[in-house]
Design a protein. Structure first.
Length: 233
C-alpha cells in the first residue's frame, strides 16, 4: 500500500473530528455539530470505498453521542456500513487497518440499533443535554466568576440566548434550570431573579412543542411546578 493512501485514511478521520470539535467549541448542540460537519463531508463518501467506510464509521461514532439520532442519518449509516465492497477495501487498506475499521463499524452498528430516533429535522439541544449543559456552565461560572444573582442570570441567558430562540421547550428548560440552580444555592434576592420568576409563572404546558417527548413534557412541567412552589415559600 502507498504511504499517501495511508495518510489519506487517517487524515480523513482526523479532519472529520477536528471540524466537529471546532463546532463544539462554538457552543453548538451535539446534533448541530454533527449536521454541520456532515454538510462538509456528505459527498466525500462517494469518492471510494475507503472514504465511504471512514466517513460512515466516523459519523456513526459521533451520532452515538447525542441523546437521539436523526432518523435519516441512522438509516443512511446502517445501509452504508452494511453495503461495503470488501474486495475494493482490501486493495487500498492494510489488513490491520481493515480489521480495525471493521471492528469500529461493528461497534457502530450494534449501538446505533438501540439509539432513539428523532424525526424532526431541526437541529437543537435535546432535553437532557440542554439541562446538563446549563448546569455545567453555571457550576463553572459561579466557581470562577461571581455569586451575584443578576450577573449569573445575565451570563447564563447570554450564553444560551441562541438556543432559547430555537424552541419554546428549549427556552423553558434553560430558564427553569437556571432558577433551580439559584434556588439550590439560595441566590434569589435579585432583580433578574424576579424577572425570571415572572417568565416561568406565565408558562403554560400547551406552549411546549412536539419536539419534546411526552415524558420530557411531563418532567419539564413538573420541574416548573416545583420551582413555582419554591418561589411561593
Amino acid at each position: 500500500m502507498e504511504e499517501s493512501l495511508e495518510w489519506e485514511y487517517q487524515e480523513l478521520f482526523d479532519e472529520i473530528n477536528k471540524d466537529y470539535l471546532a463546532y463544539r467549541a462554538r457552543n453548538m448542540s451535539l446534533s448541530e455539530c454533527l449536521a454541520r460537519t456532515w454538510d462538509v463531508y456528505e459527498n466525500v463518501e462517494n469518492m471510494g470505498e475507503m472514504e465511504k467506510i471512514v466517513v460512515n464509521v466516523a459519523f456513526g461514532e459521533l451520532s452515538l453521542l447525542p441523546a437521539k439520532i436523526f432518523v435519516n442519518l441512522k438509516k443512511h449509516t446502517v445501509e452504508a456500513l452494511n453495503q461495503l465492497n470488501m474486495f475494493e477495501l482490501q486493495q487500498v487498506l492494510t489488513t490491520e487497518q481493515l480489521t480495525y475499521l471493521m471492528r469500529r463499524r461493528d461497534h457502530v452498528l450494534q449501538n446505533i440499533e438501540h439509539k432513539p430516533v428523532d424525526a424532526h429535522p431541526l437541529v437543537r439541544w435535546y432535553y437532557s443535554e440542554m439541562k446538563d449543559e446549563v448546569i455545567k456552565f453555571l457550576n463553572v461560572f459561579t466557581q470562577e466568576t461571581s455569586h451575584d444573582g443578576d450577573i449569573i442570570i445575565l451570563a447564563a441567558q447570554e450564553r444560551f440566548q441562541r438556543d432559547c430562540k430555537n424552541t419554546r421547550g428549549e427556552n423553558m428548560n434553560v430558564q427553569t434550570t437556571i432558577a433551580e440552580f439559584l434556588i439550590s444555592k439560595n441566590i434569589t434576592n435579585y432583580e433578574r431573579f424576579h424577572l425570571l420568576k415572572s417568565e416561568i409563572q406565565q408558562f403554560q404546558p400547551d406552549q411546549l412543542n412536539e419536539q419534546l417527548s411526552l415524558d420530557e413534557k411531563a418532567e419539564l412541567t413538573l420541574r416548573i411546578k416545583k420551582v413555582r412552589n419554591m418561589y411561593e415559600k
